[in-house]
Design a protein around this ligand. Structure first.
Ligand code: HSE
Length: 322
């Protein structure tokens, strides 16, 4: 039942919230991490790429721990693992790097032991680890997801991203821990702010399902988290307010930040202007940032075939960004 050759999984990055949908909406993005796990004599962890610096390579490694939680849940013992990981998803920038690692580990470990756990169980486990379903749901299922979490079970609906939707991200060079970006949020909000967000989240979800890109501008507004997080990302308020004047359909803080995300219509040709605007505003505030054009990723975490003769890093070389 346990695969001896191991399992390799490709997982997309994700953006959470999309403005109003705090802890609710997520979208998978065309930036990836690859994770391979194999049974081994003793545990060894290979981490490739610049993103991986400082990540533990012993049994306290997140991938190892998450894989073991799958084995425990399934009542199977695979105590020693060879784990390989490469990621193009920058860490602590609001692009769901930890969610992609959790989802990749869950899917790979489950596949390794013959898939005893179903997708819904994996989603519950991933959400329990992250505490919110938005990033993990997008990485697991792909596309745009709207999800609810009751503390034990997560439910979601997946929406196919409109074909003309494109994504521009501006990734500041500095790190921002999600815990820090959550600490600045108020415990209570006013009824009018709650209504503001409920209405816009609903409109955003319906607009995506109907392919109505023209509604994004009105829908992509938020009063629950972005105003409080703005001081953590200098330049953010201006970008959120003015990106639409430079060709964006709407703009948001990606997850807990610091990455800023603009949605665009690929039929427009103002991409260079928008990119310039994002970079200039951040630079004016003393922040160096990298812009990347991404696509909504329609596929979630996928199990890949391993060719026997191939080394992990050689096999993904053609696909990585670096
Ligand atoms: N919904 C989460 C937040 C995403 O905004 O804090 C961050 O992981």
């Amino acid at each position: 039942m346990i695969s001896k050759t191991g399992v390799r999984v490709k997982v997309p990055a994700s953006t959470a919230n999309l403005g109003p949908g705090f802890d609710t909406l997520g979208m998978a993005l065309s930036l990836y991490a690859w994770i391979e796990i194999k049974p081994a004599e003793s545990t060894v962890i290979h981490l490739y790429g610049d993103q991986m610096k400082g990540i533990p390579v012993d049994k306290s490694n997140l991938i190892y721990e998450v894989a073991q939680s799958v084995f425990r849940e399934a009542g199977v013992s695979v105590p020693e693992l060879e784990i390989s990981m490469y990621s193009d998803i920058p860490l602590t920038r609001g692009l769901g790097s930890s969610a992609s690692a959790i989802v990749g580990a869950l899917v790979a470990a489950n596949e390794l032991i013959g898939s005893p756990l179903d997708q819904s169980k994996l989603f519950d486990m991933a959400t329990a680890l992250e505490n919110h379903p938005d990033n993990v749901g997008a990485s697991l299922f792909g596309g745009i997801i709207t999800a609810v979490w009751d503390g034990a079970h997560a439910q979601y609906l997946r929406i196919e991203p409109p074909a003309d939707l494109q994504v521009l991200v501006a990734i500041p060079q500095f790190h921002l821990a999600t815990s820090k970006a959550r600490k600045v949020l108020p415990e209570q909000v006013s009824l009018s702010d709650a209504v503001f967000n409920v209405s816009r989240t609903s409109l955003f979800t319906a607009a995506m399902a109907a392919g109505r890109l023209d509604l994004i501008r009105a829908a992509m507004q938020d009063r629950l988290h972005q105003p409080y997080r703005a001081p953590l990302v200098p330049g953010m308020s201006r970008i959120l307010e003015e990106a639409v004047k430079h060709g964006a359909l709407g703009a948001a803080l990606s997850g807990a930040g610091p990455t800023l995300l603009a949605l665009t219509d690929r039929r427009d040709n103002r991409g260079a202007e928008l990119e310039r605007f994002l970079i200039d505003v951040l630079n004016e505030h003393g922040i160096t940032a990298q812009t990347i054009w991404l696509e909504p990723c329609t596929q979630g975490a996928a199990v890949l075939t391993i060719e026997k003769s191939e080394r992990f890093i050689d096999s993904i070389k053609g696909e990585v960004r670096a």
